[in-house]
Design a protein around this ligand. Structure first.
Ligand SMILES: Nc1ncnc2c1ncn2[C@@H]1O[C@H](COP(=O)(O)OP(=O)(O)OP(=O)(O)O)[C@@H](O)[C@H]1O
Ligand SMILES: [Mg+2]
Length: 332
């Protein structure tokens, strides 16, 4: 068995998640390993269906049937998450690690005011001497995410999408967790609001010191704002490394393709080039590299041999036979 990296707030090791079905399994996450260090922002990008939400839910044990974790380990703040019982999981969630869900715009209870939702979460986990103390803490939390005290007595339908999302982030921060997972918290918002929200999260991270696993389709946003970036393709990590180095010189052909497919927010306009072809059907996995049918530099070997991770640079690896760098290690 492997061990968590000392000092990591989240360690995922060789994780495999399958969806069971009448016609066989769909392997949605296939041998993924990575760490999130205290206080860092790790961005995770990949096309729709690449397994981002499945991975996030597996890490916090939020998966529901037919999903099953069939291999691997998850450690959060030194705890073996896959071995935790219901009591341990209840302690872990919100207190040590929290999540802003992908469809979080609809996650607030429509019949509770913002204050009632915040107070419920606070009271469920921490005793407050009186209602006034809970209200003050709720006010403080809203101020953290840039919302005024007047928001407290509003109902979700009276808030804009961006405001509702800020309330969700306040809820996720309510118990001062060490890790906050944000699963595309901003897909329903426009790109400018998305960028502003992530910038706000970064300020909060600087002030409060929590780590963030930030999931999005928007790879350029991650290159601008995350410390490190992971790129998922068809359930496997194609590349993981420091944002600045990866942005300058992406090692995996898929990362390069994703970048070319996204419009830059600033700088000269250029024609967008999508990645030809479509992601593979996860019910019928290909041998070798899953990106090979869409890859401009694929060789015969890529269609038969799974590429293991190559160290491309310090703290930077790419699962590609053609990637430059050191000899392959055993972990994909
Ligand atoms: N309940 C389910 N039953 C069967 N397969 C599922 C189920 N949920 C997800 N999958 C499959 O698992 C794979 C990964 O899905 P997942 O939702 O994790 O992707 P994602 O990267 O989060 O996509 P998106 O960007 O659209 O949110 C997909 O192929 C999907 O079809
Ligand atoms: Mg998702």
């Amino acid at each position: 068995m492997t061990a968590p990296r000392v000092g990591s707030v989240l360690s995922v090791r060789d994780l495999e998640v399958r969806y069971r079905g009448p016609d066989g399994d769909v392997c949605a996450v296939d041998g993924v390993s990575f760490d999130v260090r205290p206080g860092e922002v790790l961005g995770l990008a990949g096309e729709s269906g690449s397994g981002k939400s499945t991975l996030a839910h597996a890490a916090l044990r939020l998966l529901r049937p037919p999903a099953v974790i069939t291999r691997g380990e998850v450690w959060i703040d030194g705890e073996d998450v896959l071995a935790l019982g219901p009591g341990g999981l209840a302690r872990l969630r919100w207190r040590t690690a929290s999540i802003v869900l992908q469809n979080a715009l609809d996650a607030l209870n429509p019949v509770l005011t913002v204050h009632e939702q915040l107070a419920d979460t606070l009271r469920a986990h921490a005793p407050f001497p009186n209602a006034r103390a809970a209200r003050l803490r709720a006010e403080e939390l809203l101020a953290l995410v840039g919302l005024g005290e007047d928001t407290l007595d509003r109902w979700p339908h009276q808030l804009s999408g961006g405001q509702r999302q800020r309330v969700n982030i306040a809820l996720a921060l309510a118990l001062r967790p060490k890790l906050v997972v944000m699963d595309e918290p901003t897909t329903a918002l426009d790109v400018v609001v998305q960028r502003e929200l992530l910038q706000r999260v970064l300020q909060l991270r600087d002030a409060l010191g929590f780590a963030v696993l930030f999931i999005t389709h928007d790879l350029p946003l991650l290159f601008d704002l995350a410390d490190r970036v992971g790129v998922l393709y068809a359930g496997r990590l194609a590349e993981l490394g420091p944002a600045a180095a990866m942005r300058e010189n992406p090692a995996h052909p898929y990362t390069r393709g994703l970048l070319r497919a996204m419009p830059p927010l600033t700088g000269p306009r250029r024609p967008l080039a999508g990645i030809p072809g479509a992601p593979p059907d996860p019910a019928h996995p290909l041998p070798g590299c899953r990106f090979a049918p869409r890859c401009a530099v694929a060789a015969a070997r890529c269609r038969t041999e799974v590429p293991f991770a190559h160290a491309v640079g310090p703290g930077w690896r790419a699962a590609c036979h053609a990637a430059p760098g050191l000899p392959a290690t055993r972990s994909p």
